[in-house]
Design a protein around this ligand. Structure first.
Ligand code: PLP
Length: 368
């Protein structure tokens, strides 16, 4: 089966094989792996050793995103969320339910947000101390200008919390160049092509320590993750992590480095995206985004207007042809989402386009 979803992604055999072992999380051999992964992530993040640290939180992306919001935005403090997609809405909800004051900034979901979108909202309310935003919006496929927005926040004393879950490892945001960023978060099962199960924050240690005690949750307190590492070592764990997923992630990082890191992976995903985007047009379907707004992680496509079209039936017809895409969408207009990330190549995408055409013919038979 070819998995074309924006996470958890198709993985390589080496990654799957690394899971086939029993592991004690406090074992010295595993602690070495855990500590090494933290260093490798810091390098991918372009962080500064001694300034930034990798702070793992087990679970899905929402858990580490909530941890970042709780740990770096004080209870009752204001956080601006540029609202241009499903994951932005999720960030807003996580912050609101944690008792932070969310200022929503509505923006179109068909283009990436830039600094000029954000600054008027900050001018209008100087009590906003943090911007929390999504880097790559996995609902529609747009990419927000995290670097440009970060640059604009710097010097205003406004902090940045970045959901880089579907961007990390592919879209660059070097933390060394972005001191305004308190924390970015991502997970093991997206562009680094590991298994799902582990979230990672990469954070400024000075800010984590300055914010200590405000998370209002022990399990989701990144300052406590840092304090524990300082006390007990970078290989130590607070609570049982998904040890097999972590072992697999170490193998996934080997493959990432062997491929050529961020540039090479972005080039492969962009090539996947181009084959799919062209193929979708050739099939007479309509992409949700204009080509210049189309990011490299997910291509969202309008469902055919034909009233006979049923997404679930189409996904099943496609699955019978060896290709699995999401059976739900999260844009206002009815769409379908096709991932271009994971251990897949442009040849896989060509095969997928052929299968999409055949599945369409099955669910929407042309009149004879
Ligand atoms: C996948 C994703 C998440 C987290 O999703 P989980 O299902 O909780 O892992 C958060 N933000 C973005 C942008 C994502 O793509």
């Amino acid at each position: 089966m070819l998995l074309l979803i924006p996470g958890p992604v198709q993985t390589r055999p080496e990654v799957k094989a690394a899971m086939a072992q029993d592991i004690a999380p406090w074992d010295r051999d595993f602690q070495a792996v855990y500590a090494r992964i933290r260093e490798r992530i810091l390098a991918v993040a372009g962080g500064i050793p001694g300034v930034h640290a990798t702070l793992p939180i087990q679970g899905a992306g929402h858990f580490v995103t909530e941890a970042a919001l709780r740990s770096f935005v004080a209870p009752g403090a204001k956080v601006l969320v540029p609202m241009n997609g499903a994951y932005a809405s999720r960030m807003a909800r996580l912050a609101r339910e944690a008792g932070r004051i969310v200022v929503e900034l509505p923006l179109p979901d068909t283009r990436g947000a830039v600094a000029a979108d954000i600054l008027p909202a900050l001018d209008a309310d100087p009590s906003i101390g943090t911007v929390a935003m999504v880097f790559n919006e996995t609902g529609s496929g747009i990419v927000n200008d995290a670097a440009g927005i970060g640059d604009a926040l710097r010097g205003r004393g406004v902090r940045l919390v970045l959901d880089a879950v579907s961007a990390f490892g592919v879209l660059p945001f070097p933390l060394a160049e972005h001191p305004e960023c308190d924390v970015l978060v991502f997970t093991s099962g997206k562009c680094l092509e590991g298994m799902p199960g582990m979230g990672f924050a990469v954070a400024r240690m000075d800010r984590a320590e300055a914010c200590a005690g405000q998370a209002g949750s022990w399990s989701l307190d990144l300052s406590d993750v840092l304090a524990h590492a300082r006390r007990s070592g970078w290989g130590s764990i607070r609570f049982t992590p998904p040890v097999q997923a972590i072992a697999a992630f170490d193998a996934a990082l080997d493959l990432y480095e062997a491929e050529g890191g961020q540039r090479a992976r972005l080039a492969r995903y962009a090539a996947n995206r181009d084959v799919l985007y062209d193929g979708i047009l050739a099939l007479g379907l309509r992409p949700y985004l204009a080509r210049e707004e189309q990011g490299p992680v997910i291509v969202t496509v309008h469902q055919p207007a034909d009233p006979r079209f049923d997404l679930m039936a189409f996904v099943e017809a496609l699955k019978r042809r060896g290709v699995l895409i999401s059976n739900f969408y999260n844009t206002a207009a009815p769409t379908m989402r096709i991932g271009t990330i994971g251990a897949i190549t442009p040849d896989d995408m060509r095969r997928a386009v052929g299968a999409i055409g055949a599945a369409l013919d099955e669910v929407l038979p042309r009149a004879a």
